[in-house]
Ligand binder design. Structure first.
Ligand code: C2E
Ligand code: MG
Ligand code: MG
Length: 757
């Protein structure tokens, strides 16, 4: 600021230079011509010439300054130049009292006095903007003359002296005041110029921003509710011209964000705006309040977020909805369920969760193909939605598991259970109706085939306590399993005894994990014999040496460890231990050629690295793998038939054999069977048990043996407990047996005592 003030001072001083110098010279000319009568021409002319010379230099200096673009930091230098010119002029005028002073000629002296006083006052005013110029000039123009006039100290001179001092005081103080006003004025001018510049540039910036081609912006008059300005981007976006927009109100484009003229209008809002072609776009609008020329305006910046919303909706759909059926997925169900439980507890309004699982869906999927399975699931979802309607939310947990979430069943348990039962029954009924799908055989696509399915449902109520959603899901699932256990196509309700079972289930999981860690599993062996009753091999059967209970059989826990995934490490252990025993037996002459059968569960077999694991274990044990047989159940072999065959063939290449366990209880068909590289079929003990009395079982056994013969497979019957059973089987063509009649499963020591004899 100081530098700018200095430049402005200089501008004032230099711009008055022409007038100051020329009027000074005119005054000097008048003075010298008047004094020519009393002062020598030489003195007057040399004095006047000096003044002219200085005057020319000063004018030249002024023109240099006024023409050049002077930088702020050069101000000091120019001020010094100016002051030097002033001082030189002042000296020449002061010298007039020496060289041009006519002794004893009072008139001429008075004239000089007037001239100098006039000059001094005009300079004092003219140069007041710089006191360092004004004071010295005024002093030099007046003081020497005063001293000269009044120094004799006569009475007249003394009183004149006082008057002069008064005159000087007035002039000096006026000079100071004028200087002060002038500087103040300069500062004010500069400040206002600066403000103007700032204002101008901010206006320019606003204009540039407003007119930016990418972002739609508008100014809306709050009072008249009209659009008063819009940029090109806004015009393009709304498909109008700027002029058209400026004649519209925000409502014409449905630009209502909250409701004009309210405090909440300010800020950002997500809403929909209508374009000229009547289509709608999702926008995020940022609104701020402006006051321009006393008008209250809204400044609105509009961002088109249609695409973002579409992507968000897609992500939401993917994250929370099932892709196949479009129903809410597990994540959304759990979330809604949790809120429902909370709401029910607060409002004392009960709700329930129906957990639904399709009966035998896996077989449909495996045998009829995934495509049909998918079509069935979609149809199930549709039927469920239709029958539940607005009464509740239908969701798909995954696979063939669905849920229905019902709320608002009332405050009383009985009333709630009746309402839930009505809806559950309706769903069960509708799902058990036949499903008609086009035939998947290309030549018969117009043929509609009927498929039958049913569902088992478990219902669990909420509203009493704030339980976690996962817990409630588990309860309903338990009840669903109960429905399955009770014969399927049923509805069962969760009750506290199931809770006990649920807790037992959790305890069992923990205990089984401990059993694996603490080496509490054991293998029993059961002999397999030929028609003469001679041992041909054995089956390894898993047992759990429970630390507190008696030895636990696999039926009690095998399902459990399959479900929890423990089957993989347990299965590995079984395989390792079995191979270890087989290696030992192969060292004995009597048992060298006997085959050891090991059970493999479906989950184990479907592990990606199943073949590699078995290969490693077999290699590490060093057995002759031709005597190792894997028993697979039908559920293990159906499914991805190609993968099953490939796995079986890779293991057969190592020498391993395969037996199909529990044959006849599953869903395998001849079509599948003939492709599988099997060695043996194992007649399930359920057919053997009543063989002597039940004609159906006898017929099934006949069929199995016939099938085995047709496929050139060995056949063995398990669960043979009596001579009569053995004799019938033998008569039907079965040559190999396993059962209590020959030996029970035994711990290794007992078993080997007779086995290795
Ligand atoms: P499975 O493979 O069909 O085994 C035959 C079952 O019948 C065995 O039951 C055996 O003890 C029983 N059994 C044999 N002869 C007779 C008889 O004359 N009368 C009667 N009533 N039962 C007889 P266990 O040992 O309880 O095993 C049950 C099932 O558990 C096995 O059925 C098998 O599917 C599974 N399992 C056993 N060990 C393992 C294993 O290490 N891994 C896998 N994945 N499953 C196993
Ligand atoms: Mg078996
Ligand atoms: Mg079996």
């Amino acid at each position: 600021m100081e530098g700018a003030v200095r430049l402005e001072q200089l501008r004032v001083l230099y711009s008055g230079q022409k007038l100051a110098v020329s009027s000074g010279l005119v005054l000097a000319l008048i003075l010298v011509s008047f004094l020519s009568e009393v002062i020598s021409l030489q003195a007057t002319s040399s004095w006047f010439l000096t003044l002219i010379l200085i005057g020319i230099l000063r004018l030249w200096d002024a023109s240099l300054f006024l023409r050049g673009a002077i930088e702020v930091n050069e101000g000091n230098h120019w001020l010094i130049r100016f002051r030097l010119g002033v001082y030189a002029t002042a000296m020449v005028w002061a010298s007039a009292c020496i060289f041009l002073f006519p002794e004893h000629d009072i008139w001429h002296q008075t004239f000089i006095g007037f001239a100098l006083a006039g000059l001094g006052i005009s300079v004092a005013i003219g140069y007041a903007v710089d006191l360092h110029s004004a004071i010295p000039f005024f002093t030099a123009a007046t003081i020497p003359f005063m001293l000269r006039m009044f120094l004799p100290l006569e009475a007249f001179a003394i009183s004149m002296g006082f008057a002069t001092v008064l005159f000087l005081t007035v002039v000096y103080s006026s000079m100071w005041r004028i200087h002060h006003y002038l500087i103040e004025n300069i500062k004010l001018r500069l400040d206002s110029a600066r403000r103007n510049t700032v204002l101008l540039s901010s206006e320019q910036r606003f204009r540039q921003m407003f007119e930016r081609p990418v972002t739609p912006m508008m100014l809306i008059d709050k009072t008249s509710n009209r659009i008063v300005a819009a940029n090109e981007a806004a015009a393009k976006f709304y498909q109008y011209s700027v002029e058209q927009l400026q004649e519209m109100s925000p409502q014409d484009i449905e630009m209502s964000w909250v409701g004009l003229n309210s405090e909440q209008d300010i800020g950002s809002h997500v809403c929909r705006h209508r374009l000229h072609d009547q289509s709608y776009r999702d926008v995020e609008i940022y609104v701020s309040a402006l006051s321009v020329d006393g008008r209250d305006l809204y400044f609105a910046i509009i961002h088109d977020i249609t695409e973002r919303k579409r992507v968000e909706a897609e992500v939401f759909q993917l994250a929370f909805y099932d892709a196949l059926t479009g129903l809410p997925n597990r994540r959304l169900i759990q979330d809604r369920l949790q809120s429902a439980i909370k709401h029910s507890c607060v409002e004392h309004d009960r709700g329930c969760l129906i957990y639904l699982d399709l009966d035998h869906f896996k077989s449909i999927n495996d045998i009829q193909g995934h495509e049909l399975g998918d079509r069935l699931l979609i149809e199930v979802a549709r039927r469920m939605m239709d029958s539940v309607g607005y009464a509740g939310m239908v969701g798909r947990l995954g696979g063939d598991e669905f849920v229905v979430l019902l709320q608002g069943l009332g405050p009383h348990a009985h009333e709630a259970s009746v309402k839930a039962a009505v809806i559950a029954e309706k769903v069960r009924e509708v799902l058990s109706q036949p499903y008609f799908f086009e035939s998947s055989i290309p030549s018969q696509t117009s043929l509609m085939l009927a498929h039958y399915s049913s569902s088992s449902m478990g219902v669990s109520f909420f509203g009493d306590a704030l339980i976690p959603a996962a817990e409630l899901l588990k309860q309903a699932e338990m009840a669903m399993y109960q429905a399955k256990g009770d014969g399927r196509n049923m509805i069962r309700y969760f009750d506290p005894s199931m809770q006990q079972a649920l807790e037992d289930h959790a305890l069992l999981s923990a205990e089984l994990r401990d059993a694996l860690l603490n080496d509490h599993f054991e293998l029993y062996f059961q002999m397999q014999v030929d028609s003469a009753g001679l041992p041909i091999g054995a089956e390894a059967l898993l047992r759990w040496k429970h630390p507190e209970r008696a030895v636990v059989g696999p039926e009690k826990f095998i399902g459990h460890i399959e479900e929890s995934g423990l089957i993989v490490p347990v299965g590995n252990w079984v395989m390792q231990y079995a191979c270890q025993r087989l290696k030992e037996w192969q060292a004995h002459e009597s048992s060298r050629c006997r085959v050891l059968a090991v059970n493999v569960s479906a989950k184990q077999f479907h592990q990606n690295d199943f073949v590699e694991r078995v290969t490693t274990i077999v290699a590490e044990s060093g057995i002759d793998s031709n005597y190792l047989k894997l028993e697979l159940t039908e559920s293990a072999v159906i499914g991805d038939i190609h993968d099953t065959i490939s796995k079986m063939e890779r293991l057969r290449a190592l020498g391993l054999r395969f037996s199909l366990d529990d044959f006849g209880t599953g869903h395998s068909s001849l079509k599948y069977l003939k492709h599988l590289p099997l060695d043996q079929l194992k007649i399930d003990q359920s057919f053997v048990r009543d063989l002597t009395t039940d004609a159906n079982d006898a017929a099934i056994v006949d069929a199995v043996i016939g099938m085995a013969q047709a496929l050139q497979l060995e056949v063995i019957a398990e669960g043979v407990e009596t001579e009569a059973q053995r004799d019938i089987l033998l008569a039907k063509g079965c040559k190999y047996f396993q059962g209590f009649l020959f030996s029970k499963p035994q711990p290794v020591k007992t078993f080997e005592a007779s086995w290795l004899r």
